[in-house]
Design a protein around this ligand. Structure first.
Ligand code: ADP
Ligand code: MG
Length: 723
């Protein structure tokens, strides 16, 4: 699949007649003047910067317009870093503890006075400030008590400032609290970058060939990097940013396109002949009681074409919750079975695997197919039998979990692999499955949530993509409502009514991986409230959270599936695919803390039966604007693709469901997948054109591409052919 650790390796090479490693950018930061072991340690731990190259690519997160001066009477605590010009009227020291002094300066312009505060190095400041001179201060107004002040601003004599000012754009680098206590603020980072750029000037190897830069009007790399750290003006800055975005997106696409192309050309696949359809037809005409949607039919046609082509298929199957992906996957598996091959479907949890077994067995009722379930909890004796039957070919379809990946699992002739909820599996795990055959099987990867197009192109660009963009008819929409915590009693009343009608209820609390404790507390507190409102024996509650042993979790879920309990209180562990048609209410607590795609996914747990279903989004009484936007999106839209786009826009790809667990770092330094969608398409076309003319990038003018791609894939060679 995809190896996006690109940027950090960009600058390792110099292109000359011979290629040799460009050592200077590999230098550790300790070798940079101004960085001692202590600072190096901090930069590494706090920002992940270890080499000169890392720092070179640590770009400012914004630029402040330093041509603008604020009037002191305009200042307020909500302003970002601002600049003021004026004089100090007087300075005052006071003791805040036995050995700590505070210095307060009173700074004035024509419009007012503001306090400037320093907590250390006060003597030095006192001796260097003159009351006659005009100064420029740069800092952030904050409220202390009820007075506005600026703590530790940058300070510069106005006359010097005028001379020094090369550009109005002043870079701001993100720092952390720890960095600041180690005296590494944005300005220090800027200084370090300045030192660094002077040291490496003339030695930064270009990473795009000249013809390419000329054709697409891209600045040289060295100029670009100087510009990003020390911009001359907005226009040049924009061109520099464009070059970096262009480059990072281009190399991702070039890499993906080449993988895809090589695989298509070099990987033969099993041929499934539709004339052999038998079980598939029986299943279709005897056991499927509904008509396929147009989208399902279209996707099946795409699959059919692939498996007849003689090339191995690698297809991503996207579709909203409930759009009928599983059925499509089953029919694809039957193509394999009718042609004498085995098929398998792998799910991320035991419950999901069981549900697949149930629905697949239904569709295959009275047909001559041998299906079995292989999960961690299958008893040793049964397991041995399953292993034997798989190896002999007696089993046609195996449904399972990670257990399928074990070395002891051997197939007779695996022809089709379906992976459900794909992002739960890492690249390596999937590789193990492919390796079970001499010839790789056809592969369908199903995603749990729709992925925005640009993100799909970037994460899964080496796969062919099929989309089911239509729900089966007759589904009633889940009614979504927003409630505040203060409305909880009304919500309890609603739950009681639903339970009286024989329905079941999910209640979900957020799970934040960084603070398991906190979250567990959320659930515990919440559980107490619910237990009091819904006491036994009339009401029974299942509880599931991440800290439980898998077996207890499974048990608790099963109680709910079997309708022994009416309420299931859980953290997001239930998010994936549980199917309980009788559950009609999904209550999401602290909904503002969830991503949109996750909310959508959770909402998809209800509305699976015929009864009207509801999703209640509970939030704090007070909400930020962004949170309110997100909640409103959920209330107003049920379209998974639309919601995914909004999620990408509001939270960026790093947080996007699917990318975190995908096993790849989508480490874009500059490009923004939600804003730069057009650029993604543009560079993809360019990459395709280059590869069409020179598939192996063997031509001289493309040599530099080849080197960079090779670097990108370092450590992933083994997976090159398996997606
Ligand atoms: P997904 O895996 O995409 O979330 P499923 O495959 O689980 O969706 O399908 C959800 C439900 O819809 C299942 O009960 C399935 O049998 C049913 N279903 C699938 N396709 C159709 C269709 N064309 N018409 C009616 N119901 C369908
Ligand atoms: Mg599903």
């Amino acid at each position: 699949m995809l190896y996006l650790k690109i940027i950090s390796i960009f600058f390792l090479f110099l292109w000359t007649d011979n290629l040799f490693k460009m050592a200077i950018l590999d230098n550790e930061l300790t070798y940079l003047p101004g960085v001692g072991p202590k600072r190096a340690e901090l930069l590494k731990n706090e920002l992940g910067l270890t080499t000169w190259n890392d720092l070179l690519y640590y770009f400012p997160y914004r630029y402040i317009d330093r041509s603008k001066f604020y009037n002191i009477n305009e200042l307020n605590k909500d302003l970002p870093y601002i600049q003021i010009k004026g004089k100090f009227t007087h300075l005052e020291t006071s003791n805040i503890s036995r050995n700590k002094k505070k210095l307060t300066g009173y700074f004035t312009d024509a419009t007012g006075v503001i306090e400037i505060v320093w907590f250390n190095a006060t003597n030095w400041i006192i001796s260097s400030i003159s009351r006659d001179k005009e100064y420029v201060l740069f800092g952030k107004p904050t409220l202390f008590g009820n007075r506005l002040n600026i703590v530790h601003p940058d300070i510069e004599e106005f006359t010097k400032w005028q001379k020094q000012l090369v550009s109005n754009l002043y870079p701001q680098y993100s720092t952390t609290e720890k960095l600041k206590t180690g005296y590494i603020n944005s300005k220090v980072i800027q200084k370090l970058c300045d030192t660094l750029l002077k040291q490496v000037k003339g030695q930064i190897p270009e990473t795009l060939p000249p013809w390419f830069r000329q054709k697409y009007n891209l600045k040289g790399l060295e100029e670009t990097l100087f510009e990003l750290h020390f911009p001359t003006d907005t226009q040049s800055l924009a061109k520099a940013q464009y070059r970096i975005k262009f480059e990072e997106l281009f190399y991702i696409q070039l890499n993906l396109m080449q993988l895809k192309l090589n695989r298509k050309q070099n990987t033969p696949g099993f041929i499934f002949d539709r004339k052999k359809d038998k079980i598939l037809k029986d299943c279709f005409f005897k056991n499927i009681k509904f008509k396929l949607t147009n989208a399902q039919t279209r996707v099946l046609r795409e699959i059919r074409k692939d498996v007849a082509s003689g090339k191995q298929m690698n297809r991503l199957l996207q579709g909203d919750v409930g759009s009928g992906k599983t059925l499509v996957a089953l029919l694809a598996m039957l193509m394999a079975v009718d042609n004498g091959y085995q098929a398998c479907i792998m799910a991320p949890t035991e419950i999901l695997a069981q549900q697949h077994l149930k629905s697949i067995s239904n569709f295959l009722k009275d047909l001559d197919v041998n299906v079995a379930l292989l999960t961690g909890s299958v008893k040793k004796k049964d397991r041995v039998k399953i292993h034997e039957d798989l190896e002999s070919g007696a089993l046609n379809i195996i449904i399972g979990t990670h257990a399928l990946l074990e070395d002891t699992v051997k197939f007779h002739n695996l022809g089709m692999v379906v992976i459900d909820e794909q992002h739960r599996f890492g690249v390596e795990q999937r590789a193990r499955l492919w390796a079970k055959n001499v010839k790789p099987p056809h592969i369908i990867v199903m995603t749990a949530t729709p992925i925005p197009r640009t993100l799909a192109m970037t994460l899964y660009g080496d796969l062919d993509i099929s989309v089911i963009d239509e729900l089966p008819p007759g589904r009633s929409k889940v009614i979504t409502r927003h409630f505040r915590d203060r409305d909880i009693l009304r919500v309890f009343g609603f739950i009681k009514k639903q339970i009286d009608q024989g329905r079941q209820i999910y209640v979900v609390f957020p799970l934040i991986s960084e603070s398991e404790n906190m979250d567990y507390k959320d659930l515990e507190d919440g559980l107490e409230g619910y237990s009091r409102a819904f006491p036994p024996p009339k009401y029974q509650i299942s509880v599931v959270h991440g800290r439980m042993k898998p077996a207890d979790k499974e048990f608790s879920m099963k109680m709910f599936v079997d309708k022994v309990t009416q309420i299931m209180i859980a953290t997001t562990v239930i998010e994936v695919g549980v199917d309980v048609p009788n559950a009609t209410v999904m209550i999401i607590q602290s909904a503002e803390r969830f991503g949109l795609s996750q909310l959508h996914q959770l909402r998809g747990r209800v509305g699976r039966g015929t009864a009207q279903s509801y999703c209640l989004l509970m939030t704090a009484d007070e909400l930020s604007e962004n949170a309110y936007d997100r909640i409103s999106t959920m209330v107003n839209s049920t379209d998974g693709f639309e919601i995914a786009e909004t999620d990408l826009r509001l939270r960026g790809p790093g947080n996007f469901e699917g990318t975190q667990q995908s096993g790849f770092t989508l480490d874009l330094k500059m490009a923004n997948l939600s804003q730069d969608g057009q650029l993604v398409q543009y560079v993809k076309d360019i990459a395709e054109e280059i590869l069409t003319n020179d598939p192996q990038l063997n031509r001289n003018e493309n040599a530099i591409f080849k080197i960079i791609i090779k670097q990108m894939n370092k450590g992933f060679e083994d997976f090159g052919s398996i997606s």
